[in-house]
Each structure stands twice: as structure tokens, then as C-alpha cells.
Design a protein around this ligand. Structure first.
Ligand code: PGA
Length: 253
């Protein structure tokens, strides 16, 4: 496969300075030299500077930094917001857009997600566009319709060419933090659908697009998921907070 695998750890609302130091020391010692798999960590905003320094101090070229959210605005009177340019200044290369928790708990619509995708790319960040259906939607048989709609919102706004500098993450909502992973076949089916949808517009971009799977990825199921043809890595939540688990998931690729 020509696509470089990526494992990204989404720490969500977790961490403190000493935990960050311990977790990063372990990750940096284990994966600093990896030249095949790209590893990214996505801590809460206040820890970006600390992680940036730890990565630089370790000379860890294979370890990247990402953020979990960003503002659609570059600057201005938007209290509490953080811009893409600020994230770049703190060493970020990736930023999540449209994580299902942002969609469900913070009211982010498809249009807002598309605007965040644009704001990220404007500053030179690679958006990691998260897509996923709820359990109800899956049971209603509308998984592809939901994923297609979420994807279309971004394609309509940015054009398919924008996916040359982006990553997609398929995260079924029912699998996030629940311990219920999609089976490798279920995940592969949706990944193939995403790639096909992009390929219908641009086969070259579809062929090089990295599509990550997220939702209860653990050391014991990572290899089976990553073996699927259209799964190019993982977006890891809970297991990203345990150094040994995260490292063994990275090594499963
Ligand atoms: P999980 O979270 O691995 O804890 O299921 C994944 C995510 O929300 O990105």
C-alpha cells in the first residue's frame, strides 16, 4: 500500500502536566524512530506547548502534534476560541474536525464542520475529518446516506481536491468509548464506500487518501482492523491514554 499509515491519539478532556510528561516519555522512547507509521498525539490545548517541546527535545521526527478542535475564525472578538494559526505556531500539523462528540454535544452542524475544515487548510493544517453514524441510523440502514451527507458537506465547500491535504476518520458513534468495536468487515465496508465516493470524483486523490478507523480500538483488535484494505490507521481515544496500549496499537500497523 502506498499510503503511509497514521495512528492518532485523541486525548479528549484528559491530562495534567505530570501525566503528559510520563505518557510522552514512553511514546517518544518507543516510536521516535518509526519511519513507516506516522504517530500523532492530540492533547487538550493547554498541553500543546509542553508536548511540542518534548517532541523537539527527543528529536522525534515520526511523532506529530494535533489538536482536537479549532475556530472557524482567524482572529477577532470570539472569546474562548483558538485559531488554526495559533495551532500551527504550537507545532500542530493535524486537527480533528467534526468529531461526533463535537457534533452531538456542541451542536456542530455539517456546515460548521465544513467551515472548520476550510479554516484548518487555510492555515496549512491537515484536517482529520470525522464521519460516523449512530446506532439508530445503522439499524435503520442509512449508514451510507449519513456518511455520504457528512462527506458531501465538505466536498461541496472545499472541492474534492482539498482531500489531497486531509485525512478522513470513520468513527461509528456506537463504537466510541463503548467497548463495542465495528467488526473489521463492517469497518472495511464503510471505508470502501468513502473511498469510492471520492474516487467517483478523483481516483488519484482517493487512492492516496488516508482513512482511519476509530471506535474502541484496543491492542487486541487493532491488527485485524488495520489489515483491511481500506483502513490506513486509527484514531484512538481511551487507549491513547495508556502508553503500553497506545504503543502496541502503533506497532500493530
Ligand atoms: P475510543 O474513542 O477509542 O475511546 O472509542 C475514539 C475517538 O473518540 O476518537
Amino acid at each position: 500500500m502506498s499510503r503511509q499509515p497514521l495512528v492518532a491519539g485523541n486525548w479528549k478532556l484528559h491530562g495534567n502536566k505530570s501525566m503528559v510528561r510520563g505518557l510522552m516519555d514512553s511514546i517518544l522512547a518507543a516510536v521516535a524512530e518509526s519511519d513507516t507509521t506516522e504517530v500523532a498525539v492530540m492533547p487538550p490545548y493547554p498541553f500543546l506547548a509542553q508536548v511540542q517541546e518534548l517532541i523537539a527535545g527527543a528529536g522525534a521526527t515520526g511523532v506529530r502534534l494535533g489538536a482536537q478542535n479549532l475556530s472557524i475564525h482567524d482572529e477577532g472578538a470570539y472569546t474562548g476560541e483558538v485559531s488554526a494559526g495559533m495551532l500551527v505556531e504550537f507545532g500542530c500539523q493535524y486537527v480533528l474536525t467534526g468529531h461526533s462528540e463535537r457534533r452531538a454535544l456542541f451542536g456542530e452542524t455539517d456546515q460548521m464542520v465544513a467551515d472548520k475544515f476550510v479554516a484548518a487548510q487555510r492555515a496549512g493544517l491537515q484536517p482529520v475529518l470525522c464521519l460516523g453514524e449512530t446506532l439508530e441510523q445503522r439499524e435503520d440502514g442509512i449508514t451510507e446516506a449519513v456518511i455520504g451527507r457528512q462527506l458531501d458537506a465538505v466536498i461541496t465547500q472545499s472541492g474534492v481536491a482539498a482531500f489531497a491535504d486531509a485525512v478522513v476518520a470513520y468513527e461509528p458513534v456506537w463504537a466510541i468509548g463503548t467497548g463495542k468495536t465495528a467488526s473489521p468487515e463492517q469497518a472495511q465496508e464503510v471505508h470502501a464506500f468513502i473511498r469510492r465516493t471520492i474516487a467517483d470524483m478523483d481516483a488519484k486523490i482517493a487512492g492516496s487518501l488516508r482513512i482511519l478507523y476509530g471506535g474502541s480500538v484496543k491492542p487486541d483488535n487493532a491488527a485485524d482492523l488495520f489489515n483491511q484494505e481500506d483502513i490506513d490507521g486509527g484514531l484512538i481515544g481511551g487507549a491513547a491514554l495508556k502508553a503500553t496500549d497506545f504503543i502496541s496499537i502503533c506497532k500493530a500497523l
